[in-house]
Ligand binder design. Structure first.
Ligand code: MRU
Length: 368
């Protein structure tokens, strides 16, 4: 997608052909800064500090992290230790393990001397595949937006509510939940996005609002608690969110607060769709509430807020009383029964074991 008129992906090989560059998402929306990653430790740090985030982009960064590791030391021991380091960066999204397993499958069978070249080739393919997958999600999701537009008698605009950032910044390009929005906008469909701010890290207010604005898509930032009210007032035509891990039975795990929006949507008869690339499906588990590990992050993200002051400086302020305990659960699970449909690169299916197995028959035997 474009930043001030220039096309960017979120991750790309540097001009020297071996280092990797990413957009530092901790600096957005107030500064557009790119960062150079030179070692596997740099890649791991970029993921844990959330300079890069979003399940597909985390997977792509981990893939390049292995490239940086084997470039320095292609031995089995170094490869294993890079794998462990990267795998431990964030626990909830499954693309991370998917990308690492994919890379290890390629690298383990090669002699050390041939690993670096193969690693860079496969990491680039993983990125290209992510772009293709997200573009296809956009095409399938576009049909749902067009249907909503038809249902409204082609008057007014289609109002989509989204949570967190599942736009191009969370992937290599296009995004998952926002890919259909971009496709609709590019076809001149009148579309407007309600952007949940997404406390505590405000990926909605900081990132989704920024990328929609860069692309010229109409949007309004609302507090996370506004969704229920908007839906009661008929101001939301459909919800589309992303997911960091989807079970074989269609439960989806996404940024904390997604479940509450799904409950409000269910109560108000608003369609609630979840967009996902197939690498976010964990075919080994069926019960998301029981089996998906929920990341718990530093409570400082809850007790403090960071933003720009009137003089343009970045500042962090404390908003809770000194001594009040806080907790920071980063994700929640929305059970499949609350999900109207899953938008995948192969089409839209019911959020159920049968729905997913119909689209991905090659995994049917593995589903629990
Ligand atoms: O903690 P984050 O910012 O990595 O969480 C991201 C999300 O929850 C996204 O909705 C998710 O990764 C889906 S991305 C296409």
């Amino acid at each position: 997608m474009k930043v001030d008129g220039t096309h960017y992906r979120t991750i790309w090989p540097a001009a020297d052909g071996w280092a990797v560059e990413v957009i530092d998402q901790t600096r957005l929306p107030h500064a557009f800064v790119t960062v150079r990653l030179e070692t596997v430790a740099d890649a791991a740090r970029a993921i844990t500090s959330m300079q890069v985030r979003g399940a597909p982009l985390i997977g792509a960064t981990a893939a390049y992290g292995l490239c940086l590791a084997v470039r320095r030391d292609p031995s089995d021991r170094a490869l294993r230790s890079a794998f462990e380091l990267l795998l431990g960066t964030r626990p909830t999204g499954v693309n991370l393990r998917w990308a690492l397993d994919d890379m290890m499958g390629v690298l383990r069978q090669l002699p050390p001397g041939r690993r670096a070249e193969a690693a860079y080739r496969r990491a680039a393919e993983i990125c290209d595949e992510d772009v293709e997958i997200c573009a296809a999600i956009g095409d399938h999701g576009l049909a749902l937006i067009e249907q909503a537009w038809e249902r409204k008698g082609k008057t007014g605009r289609v109002n989509v509510l989204t949570h967190c950032n599942a736009g191009w910044l969370a992937t290599v390009d296009w995004g998952t939940a926002l890919a259909p929005v971009y496709k609709a906008h590019d076809l001149s469909l009148p579309i407007h996005v309600w952007v949940d701010e997404t406390r505590p890290r405000n990926q909605g207010a900081r990132l989704t609002a920024w990328e929609l604005g860069q692309h010229g898509v109409a949007h309004t930032v609302v507090v996370d608690n506004a969704g229920g009210h908007l839906m009661q007032q008929g101001m939301v035509d459909l919800c589309i969110t992303g997911t960091d891990r989807t079970t074989a039975s269609g439960d989806v795990c996404n940024k904390i607060g997604t479940y509450l929006q799904a409950l409000a949507a269910f109560d108000n008869g608003v369609p609630f769709y979840v967009a996902l690339p197939s690498p976010t499906i964990d075919w080994t588990i069926g019960d998301g509430v029981r089996d998906i590990p929920i990341e718990e992050r530093d409570v400082g993200e809850v007790t403090c807020m960071t933003g720009r002051t009137a003089d343009g400086a970045e500042a962090s302020v404390t908003i809770t009383p000194e001594g009040s305990p806080a907790a920071n659960y980063a994700f929640d699970v929305t059970p499949a029964r609350l999900v109207t449909g899953l938008i995948t690169e192969r089409g839209v299916c019911a959020a159920s074991a049968d729905g997913l197995a119909d689209l991905f028959p090659e995994h049917k035997a593995r589903a629990p």
